[in-house]
Ligand binder design. Structure first.
Ligand code: ADP
Ligand code: MG
Length: 353
C-alpha cells in the first residue's frame, strides 16, 4: 500500500469537525499567533464519550502547525498531545482562521507542576496514581526527575527521528497526559520539518530566549538558506548530520533538567539570571559550577548533591546536554542510553514495594 493512500483512507474515516461543532470554554493560553481554549462538543450525547478538547485558533501560521501535527500523529503519535483535526474556516466577518483540535490531555503542564512547593512529589503521585508513603529525600526526588527526563527525552527522540525539531521546548509546552500518565510535548507552532524542508518561521519570530540554545539559527549559515514559505525542498540526511539541528531542543531540555534539580532556578527571573551567568562562563557549565558552588546557598548545594548521586551520572548527563557547541551536545537517543537512566525508574520502584 502506498503511504499516501493509507493517509488518505485514514483521513476519510476520521471524524471531521467544524467550528460550530464546539462550545468554547476557558481560555488556556494566548500567544502572538493564536488563542487556545478548552472546549467540548456542542452535541452533548457524543461528548460524554469523547471527553474534552483543546482548540487553537491560529493566524496564517496555523497551516504549518496543522502540517506538523498531522505528521506527528502518523509518525510518532505518542510524543505529542493527541491531534484530532485541523481546518481552515473562512467567513466574511473574520476572514480566514485556522483551527486546530486536540484531545484535552490534562490540567497541568510541567511548568504548573514545577511551580508547586511539592514538586517533584506531586508528579510522583500523578505518575503512580497514588501517594507514596515513604520518607522524602534526595534519592527519591532524583528517581522522579529521572523518570520525567526519560519521558521528555523519549518524546523528543520520537520527534527528532521523524525529522522534526520543536524549537520551543520549555516546561509550558510539556503537558502531563492524565490518560497515559506520561508527559507529552505540545505546541508545534515553531517546529521545523527538516526532511521536507518545511521551516516556516517568520523573520521576526523570537525563539523563547529563556530556553533557546546560543546558536540562533538551527541550520548553519553555510547551508543554502531555508525556504521562507512551506515549499518542499529535499534536505538530505547528510545535511541533518552536519548541522545537528535537533541539538537545539536538547539544550532546552537540559535547562529543564537544571530547573528540576535546582528549585531556585524555577522562576523566570532566576533562569534569566542564570543564563547571564552561564554566558559569562562561555556556556561552560563546569566553569559555572566552579564560580557558583563556593558561595552557594544550602538549596543550591542540595541541587548539586542530587546531580552528584551515583557517581555524578546526573551531572554528567546535564553537562552533555547544556553545551555551547551543538555538535558536542548529546542526542536524545544517546541520552536515553546514558547510565543516568540505568537505574529503575519510578514505576519499577513502586512495583517493588
Ligand atoms: P501557545 O503557547 O501558542 O499559546 P499552546 O499550544 O502551548 O499554545 O497551548 C497553550 C496552553 O494550553 C498550554 O500551555 C497548555 O496549558 C494548554 N494546552 C495546550 N494543549 C493542550 C492539551 N492537548 N491538553 C491540555 N492542555 C493543553
Ligand atoms: Mg505554548
Amino acid at each position: 500500500f502506498d503511504m499516501f493512500v493509507l493517509a488518505f483512507i485514514e483521513r476519510l474515516f476520521r471524524p471531521t469537525y467544524r467550528k460550530d461543532d464546539f462550545v468554547l470554554g476557558k481560555k488556556l493560553g494566548e500567544g502572538a499567533f493564536g488563542v487556545v481554549y478548552k472546549g467540548s462538543l456542542a452535541n452533548k450525547k457524543s461528548s460524554s464519550k469523547e471527553g474534552d478538547f483543546v482548540l487553537k485558533k491560529a493566524t496564517e501560521y496555523g497551516a504549518v502547525e496543522i502540517w506538523m501535527n498531522e505528521r506527528v500523529r502518523r509518525a510518532c503519535a505518542n510524543s505529542c498531545a493527541a491531534f484530532k483535526y485541523g481546518f481552515l474556516e473562512t467567513s466574511s466577518k473574520k476572514g480566514a482562521e485556522y483551527w486546530l483540535i486536540w484531545q484535552f490531555e490534562g490540567e497541568a503542564t510541567l511548568y504548573d507542576l514545577m511551580q508547586s512547593k511539592d514538586f517533584p512529589y506531586n508528579v510522583e503521585t500523578m505518575i503512580l496514581g497514588k501517594v507514596q508513603d515513604l520518607p522524602k529525600g534526595l534519592e527519591r526526588e532524583n528517581r522522579i526527575i529521572q523518570t520525567i527526563m526519560r519521558q521528555l527525552l523519549f518524546a523528543l527522540d520520537g520527534l527528532h527521528s521523524t525529522g522534526i525539531v520543536h524549537r520551543d521546548i520549555k516546561p509550558q509546552n510539556v503537558i502531563f497526559s492524565e490518560g497515559s500518565r506520561t508527559f507529552k510535548i505540545i505546541d508545534l507552532g515553531a517546529a521545523a520539518d527538516l526532511r521536507v524542508g518545511i521551516n516556516y518561521i517568520p523573520k521576526e519570530f523570537l525563539l523563547d530566549p529563556r530556553y533557546a540554545a546560543p546558536e540562533q539559527y538551527i541550520m548553519s549559515t553555510q547551508t543554502p538558506s531555508a525556504p521562507s514559505a512551506p515549499v518542499a525542498t529535499a534536505l538530505s540526511p547528510v545535511l541533518w548530520q552536519m548541522n545537528l539541528p535537533d541539538r537545539f531542543d536538547i539544550y532546552s531540555a537540559g535547562l529543564i533538567f537544571l530547573q528540576m534539580a535546582f528549585p531556585g532556578l524555577r522562576s523566570d527571573n532566576s533562569l534569566i539570571q542564570f543564563n547571564r551567568q552561564l554566558k559569562r562562563c562561555d556556556y561552560d557549565l563546569v566553569a559555572w559550577r566552579k564560580t557558583a558552588e563556593p558561595r552557594a546557598s544550602a538549596e543550591l548545594r542540595r541541587g548539586f548533591e542530587l546531580l552528584d548521586l551515583d557517581g555524578g551520572i546526573g551531572w554528567e548527563l546535564l553537562t552533555s546536554m547544556v553545551r555551547y557547541k551543538a555538535r558536542q551536545r548529546i542526542s536524545a537517543k544517546t541520552a536515553l542510553a546514558y547510565p543516568y537512566f540505568d537505574k529503575e525508574g519510578l514505576l519499577a520502584l513502586s512495583l517493588m514495594q
